[in-house]
Design a protein around this ligand. Structure first.
Ligand SMILES: NC(=O)c1ccc[n+]([C@@H]2O[C@H](COP(=O)([O-])OP(=O)(O)OC[C@H]3O[C@@H](n4cnc5c(N)ncnc54)[C@H](O)[C@@H]3O)[C@@H](O)[C@H]2O)c1
Ligand SMILES: N[C@@H](CCO)C(=O)O
Ligand code: NA
Length: 431
């Protein structure tokens, strides 16, 4: 077979990593793909001379290049990137992308356009970096009814939480290091406010449950409100705080939520630290499965991009109808299962409040929870600091429906003996 020609658009962290891996491992990659794979065109803001490669400052020139078989979109964002992918598809080119924002927000439209043209769009690098989680769910678990999945799917956020816990480092200082290491998004609020994790969760939920991509329905909460005190109290109770994406099939629909979560410390996933990601997937036949690896960084992400390039190169000799469907289920078999509103989900909770150090406060709080049908599983009250009349009070509750807990919190905050807001972290046993 003739060499497959690749055009890379965007030569940043992932673009450079992809170029390096394709070049370094070219012999092994060719042996796997059944043909050699050559980078023939690069679209980048600054041109530099690489022998045998056309360099264009206009990335659309890559999508227009008749010699290019596969356009690799690594510029990020959802505007120019969307136009670029649509242009490449219209020109009959296959696309590989690491762009989760683009897939989560515009994937339904992009896949439809690709299907019309008989080309494919591959996006393994978009979720959990180098972990082949898309392939695992779409192919490896195809025989299962997937019940739920939960994952640490933002490397930057996990790196920040880990460094804060282990070294007592400052949030902003660690975020800056994550940016220097090439982990963070162009706009790092995507990482710390949970938007990036929500993009990835939406993609995983579609693959797992056979529903269209619905980014607007995901509940998103970031890690910016997690204090060092919460991290410490959680540990004293035998838990770790992790920023999790959770997707669960329930009788009333699919839960789709991203938020800080307390997990029992004995769970493997509670011990996934630094930039590492992990995704737990529970299938009815296989039981629990766990996938672990680097969630961000140049070469780990390139590993997934190159795997997709190899997959596409292999399909170039296969019938289009034999290709694996984008969202694991055939396009006409996607279901309209509703996404459950966050107010209707059920979970246990960690509550931290600042309580007046006097008798009766604990029983007033317990009474409010009990009236809402929520029981107290554990409680700890700290010693007051010198000269302070308020003490931190930590409560672990039974599982409850979110809206009952939210109204109980409103009543607790209204007590004269409680100062300020109640901090609330959801607790998942993941068992
Ligand atoms: N960095 C990671 O660890 C990682 C992991 C998985 C997925 N991703 C995704 O990969 C994509 C790229 O991320 P990155 O970290 O490499 O970003 P980056 O900012 O390092 O690289 C993007 C590159 O694209 C170039 N670019 C942007 N618009 C362009 C245009 N119109 N014309 C020419 N060049 C243009 C920029 O100059 C930059 O060099 C994003 O979608 C990101 O979400 C990144
Ligand atoms: N900013 C992302 C890159 C990988 O998708 C992260 O930190 O996980
Ligand atoms: Na991946």
């Amino acid at each position: 077979m003739n060499p497959v020609k690749v055009g890379i658009c965007g030569l940043g962290t992932v673009g450079k990593g992809t170029f390096d891996v394709l070049t370094r491992n070219c012999a092994e990659i060719a042996a796997r793909a059944g043909c050699s794979i050559e980078v023939s065109h690069i679209g980048a803001r600054r041109g530099s001379d690489i022998e045998g490669i056309t360099i264009s400052t206009d990335i659309f020139a890559v999508a227009e290049d008749p010699a290019v078989d596969i356009v690799v979109e690594l510029i990020g964002g959802t505007t120019v990137a969307k136009d670029l992918v649509l242009k490449a598809v219209a020109n009959g080119k296959h696309v590989v992308t690491a762009n989760k924002a683009l897939i989560a927000e515009h994937g339904n439209e992009l896949f439809a356009a690709a299907a019309k043209q008989g080309v494919s769009i591959a996006f393994e690098a978009a979720v959990a970096g180098g972990i082949p989680i898309i392939k695992a769910i779409r192919e490896g678990l195809a025989g299962n009814r997937i019940e739920w999945l939960a994952g640490i799917i933002n490397g930057t956020g996990n790196f920040i939480l880990t460094e804060m816990r282990d070294k007592g480092r400052d949030f902003h200082d660690v975020l800056q290091e994550a940016q220097e290491l090439g982990y963070a998004e162009a706009d790092p609020t995507f990482d710390v406010e949970g938007i990036d994790a929500a993009h990835k969760l939406v993609i995983l939920a579609s693959l797992a449950f056979g529903i269209p991509l619905q980014f607007d329905k995901a509940y998103t909460e970031g890690i910016t409100k997690i204090s060092r005190d919460d991290v410490e109290y959680a540990e004293q109770l035998g838990y770790r705080i992790k920023h999790l994406g959770v997707a669960r099939q329930t009788d009333s629909g699919v839960e789709l939520r991203v938020h800080p979560t307390m997990i029992p410390e004995k769970r493997l996933i509670a011990n996934v630290d630094g930039v590492m990601n992990a995704v737990l997937v529970q299938g009815d036949a296989v039981g629990p499965t766990l996938y672990y690896g680097a969630g961000a960084g140049a070469e780990p992400t390139a590993s997934a991009v190159v795997a997709d390039i190899v997959d596409v190169a292999r399909t170039l000799s296969a019938e289009p109808g034999h290709r694996v469907p984008y969202l694991a289920f055939q396009p006409d078999a996607l279901s309209n299962t509703p996404i459950v509103d966050i107010n209707d989900i059920e979970t246990a909770y960690y509550l931290r409040m600042s309580a007046q150090d006097k008798p009766g406060v604990l029983s007033s709080v317990a009474q409010i929870l009990s009236n809402a049908g929520i029981s107290v599983e554990a409680i700890t009250q700290k010693e007051p600091a010198e000269g302070q009349d308020h003490v931190p009070m930590i409560i672990l509750t039974s599982r409850s429906i979110e809206n009952k807990l939210v109204s109980a919190i409103t009543d607790i905050e209204a007590l004269d003996s409680i100062a300020g807001e109640v901090t609330r972290i959801r607790v998942e046993s993941l068992g």
